[in-house]
Design a protein around this ligand. Structure first.
Ligand code: SAH
Length: 356
């Protein structure tokens, strides 16, 4: 951790969305001053402004960047070019180009950043954008450590594996320099500086998936209403009724639904299409616990969607986070689906910001 008497790190947040990076920096307790945030999405900026009392910038020019005298850049560029749903055009896709353009500015800066943090979907690590990123970082004297981690590895019953790149410019270095240039799939190096995990053990540790799930809190701890069986219970986002899954959807898509129970210790990644599409967009909650789970018909489970607040809880967003009223339900899910897990990013940032 930074010495108290030192100046706070000056941080820029690129692709700020609804502020997942900023919440993570707050949770990490790092000595950081958020200097500016950037995002082109008006609605995301409304949400950011509502919570942080500051509206992100929509445009960015190279000349501006030096003005901020920032030491740290946090970036979560749009992920579509690398996802399976995307066409895998990778860096030829316009969405990837703004990211590389920003990195290309680094050597032109009077005061380039000394630390970088990049978040993206799994698949990014094999893309040509990743290759370009690594190349640029190397040319600019950065050492990197990369991770693929998911909230369930941090006690949250939620699967959302994401790719992370942590970069420090020499002479700065990581607490565990033995991982320089490596891609790790376990969180241990973040928790325990002394404990060194041989890289070949990395594989073994990832295979204990079931054991790790056992250590997660049950889903009910992330739900809005204590009584999950009461669909009429009032919730801040209106009656839970609007979240019940219509039987027409169950008939049509039942076999593709991922169903979890309040006592489950896992659920699937919520994407930006949750509530609009069923397949692969996130789990549904059974509000009635049947005696025999596998034999009960879906209609009897009283299925409902997780509310946006519950998705935010699974993303480990703080209680204070809220949406301005004008943001519709679908928009809330879309913005949350693009965001990130504070439970994962906070320890990564703490590790990045700590001195050896
Ligand atoms: N980490 C953020 C979400 C990142 S998703 C969060 O916690 O919410 C990617 C974001 O990049 C989206 O909000 C999108 O509006 C923004 N974006 C995409 N292309 C951009 C560009 N060229 N310039 C600025 N922002 C962009």
């Amino acid at each position: 951790m930074e010495d108290e008497h030192q100046q706070p790190w000056r941080v820029l947040e690129f692709y700020s969305g609804i502020g997942g990076m900023r919440y993570s920096a707050m949770k990490a307790g790092v000595n950081a001053k958020m200097v500016e945030a950037f995002d082109i999405n008006d609605l995301a900026n409304d949400v950011y402004q509502h919570n942080f009392n500051h509206r992100p910038f929509q445009t960015l020019t190279a000349a501006d960047l030096d003005r901020y005298r920032a030491n740290v850049w946090l970036l979560s560029p749009p992920c579509q070019p690398y996802t399976r749903q995307g066409l895998q055009k990778q860096s030829a896709d316009a969405r990837a180009s703004s990211f590389i353009k920003i990195l290309d500015i680094i050597p032109q800066l009077m005061q380039p950043p000394t630390m970088l943090f990049v978040e993206n979907v799994v698949g990014f690590e094999t893309s040509d954008t990743h290759q370009q990123m690594v190349q640029i970082l190397k040319e600019n004297e950065f050492v990197t450590q990369e991770f693929i981690l998911s909230p369930f590895q941090f006690g949250v019953p939620y699967s959302r594996p994401r790719y992370f790149c942590l970069a420090k410019r020499k002479p700065l270095s990581f607490c565990n320099p033995e991982y320089d240039g490596q891609l790790l799939c376990v969180p241990e190096p973040l928790h325990d500086r002394k404990k060194s995990i041989p890289i070949n053990e990395n594989d073994r540790l990832t295979s204990t998936f079931d054991e790790i799930l056992q250590t997660c809190l049950p889903i009910e701890r992330f739900l809005e209403s204590a009584s999950t069986t009461n669909l009429d219970a009032f919730s801040p986002e209106g009656s839970l009724n609007q979240y019940s899954v219509p039987s027409s959807l169950i008939e049509r898509w039942g076999s593709a639904m991922d169903i979890v129970y309040p006592d489950s210790t896992r659920c699937c990644c919520f994407t930006k299409s949750y509530y609009r599409y069923v397949k692969g967009t996130g789990s549904l909650l059974a509000t009635i616990m049947p005696k025999i789970r596998d034999k009960t018909s879906l209609e009897e489970l009283s299925l409902r969607y997780f509310t946006p607040r519950e998705v935010a809880n699974l993303h480990a967003f703080p209680k204070e986070f809220e949406f301005p009223e004008h943001v519709t339900l679908r928009q809330r899910y879309a913005l949350l689906g693009n965001s990130l897990s504070v439970a994962v990013v906070a320890p990564l940032l703490r590790y990045l910001f700590s001195d050896p």
